[in-house]
Design a protein around this ligand. Structure first.
Ligand code: NCD
Length: 330
C-alpha cells in the first residue's frame, strides 16, 4: 500500500508514518484555534459522503469538516436502502456516476469487503478516497483521531506506552486500525483482552511479530485482573459488534462473555492517575455511565478531536493536490 503523505487515498492506517502524523496533528490544532483562516481551503470542491453502514459521529464530522472548509457536500447515509445499490449497482459504478457529476472527494463507509479499495482504483489518483470504515477490516481515520487524543494528552509518542485493548477484537475495525498505527512506534506495548470467541485475528499478531513489537493476549480474563497485571497507560474499550454476527447462538454467547469486560468504577479507580480511558463509541454495557465523571475518561473529547482531525486530513490532501498540480503545470 502506498504511504500517505497527503495524497491521494486514505485506505489503511499503516499508510501513515510518524512524521506525517505529527504534521496532521499540528494542522488539526491550527484549524481548531482559528477555523476561519481555513474556511476556503476546499472552496469549489465537491465531496461525496456515501455510507451503507450505520454511523453518527464519523458521518457528521466528515460532513462538517468538508463544509467548514468551504466544500459542497452530498451525503447519502443509507445507500443500502435509498441508492441504486438496492437494484444491484456496485459501489464502483455509483462512484463513476459521482465522477461524471464533477465530484472530487469520496468519503466511504462500505460493508462489502475490499469495496473501498476497488472504488479508489476506479476513480483514480485525482479523486481522493477516504475510508470511513470498511466492513470489519479497517477504520483508519478513527485510529488517527484515537492517536491524536493520546498525542494531545502527552505529546511524546516515543516513550513506553502500554495500551490495553478490550472487547470484541475479532470484529472491531477500530482496534485493528489503531494497532497497525501504534505499531509504528517502537515503545508501544499491546495487551489484547477479549473473549476467546472474539480474539484479535492472526494477521495482526503476525504483523506485530514481523515488526518486533511486544504484545500479550489474555482470553476470558476479568478486566480488573488484567489492569492489575499490566498497569496500562491507556485502556481502549470497544463494544460487541453484534450486528456483524449472523448466528444468533454466537451473538448470545458474545453478549454473555462481555460480563467480564465491564469497566466498573472500581476497576477504573485501580488505574494509575495519569491513565486515560478511550472508546470509539457508541458504547455498550462495557462502559457504564458511572465512569463518565472519572478524571481518566476521555471518550467525549476523543470524539470531539475527530472533527478537527478529519478537517486537517482534508486540508492536507487538498494542499498536496494543489502542489502536485503546480508541479505538473511548471
Ligand atoms: C466505530 C465503527 O463504526 O467501527 N464507530 C465509530 O466510527 N466511532 C465503532 C463501533 O461501531 O463500535
Amino acid at each position: 500500500m502506498e504511504p500517505f503523505d497527503g495524497f491521494p487515498h486514505v485506505l489503511q492506517s499503516q499508510q501513515f508514518h510518524p512524521e506525517t502524523l505529527e504534521r496532521i496533528f499540528l494542522v488539526a490544532d491550527a484549524i481548531r484555534s482559528a477555523p476561519e483562516r481555513f474556511s476556503n481551503a476546499l472552496a469549489g470542491r465537491k465531496v461525496a459522503v456515501l455510507f451503507n453502514q450505520p454511523s453518527s459521529r464519523t458521518r457528521a464530522s466528515f460532513q462538517l469538516a468538508a463544509q467548514n472548509l468551504g466544500a459542497t457536500v452530498y451525503a447519502e447515509s443509507n445507500m443500502a436502502l435509498f441508492s441504486s445499490e438496492v437494484k444491484g449497482e456496485t459501489p464502483e459504478d455509483t462512484a463513476r456516476m459521482f465522477v461524471e457529476y464533477g465530484f472530487d472527494y469520496f468519503v466511504l463507509r462500505l460493508k462489502q469487503p475490499g469495496a473501498i479499495t476497488r472504488v479508489a482504483e476506479v476513480v483514480g489518483r485525482d479523486h481522493p478516497v477516504i475510508n470511513a470504515g470498511g466492513g470489519i477490516d479497517q477504520h483508519p481515520t478513527q485510529a488517527l483521531l484515537d492517536l491524536n487524543t493520546i498525542w494531545r494528552e502527552n505529546h511524546d509518542l516515543n516513550r513506553r506506552i502500554v495500551i490495553l485493548m478490550v472487547g470484541d477484537l475479532e470484529n472491531g475495525r477500530t482496534v485493528r486500525s489503531l494497532t497497525y498505527l501504534m505499531a509504528k512506534y517502537p515503545g508501544v506495548e499491546f495487551v489484547f483482552l477479549s473473549p476467546s470467541s472474539a480474539q484479535m485475528r492472526q494477521d495482526l499478531l503476525d504483523h506485530l511479530n514481523e515488526n518486533g513489537r511486544q504484545y500479550a493476549v489474555r482470553l476470558d480474563a476479568c478486566i480488573g485482573r488484567v489492569v492489575v497485571e499490566f498497569n496500562p497507560d491507556i485502556v481502549y474499550m470497544t463494544r460487541a459488534q453484534l450486528e456483524t454476527i449472523d448466528d444468533p447462538g454466537k451473538r448470545a454467547q458474545l453478549e454473555g462473555d462481555y460480563k467480564n469486560l465491564i469497566l466498573t468504577p472500581d476497576v477504573a479507580d485501580q488505574l494509575k492517575p495519569e491513565a486515560i480511558i478511550l472508546h470509539p463509541l457508541p458504547r455498550g454495557p462495557e462502559l457504564p455511565q458511572e465512569i463518565d465523571g472519572n478524571p481518566r475518561s476521555r471518550y467525549f473529547s476523543q470524539m470531539g478531536n475527530g472533527l478537527w482531525l478529519r478537517t486537517a486530513l482534508f486540508e492536507r490532501i487538498e494542499e498536496t493536490m494543489k502542489r502536485l498540480l503546480i508541479r505538473i503545470h511548471d
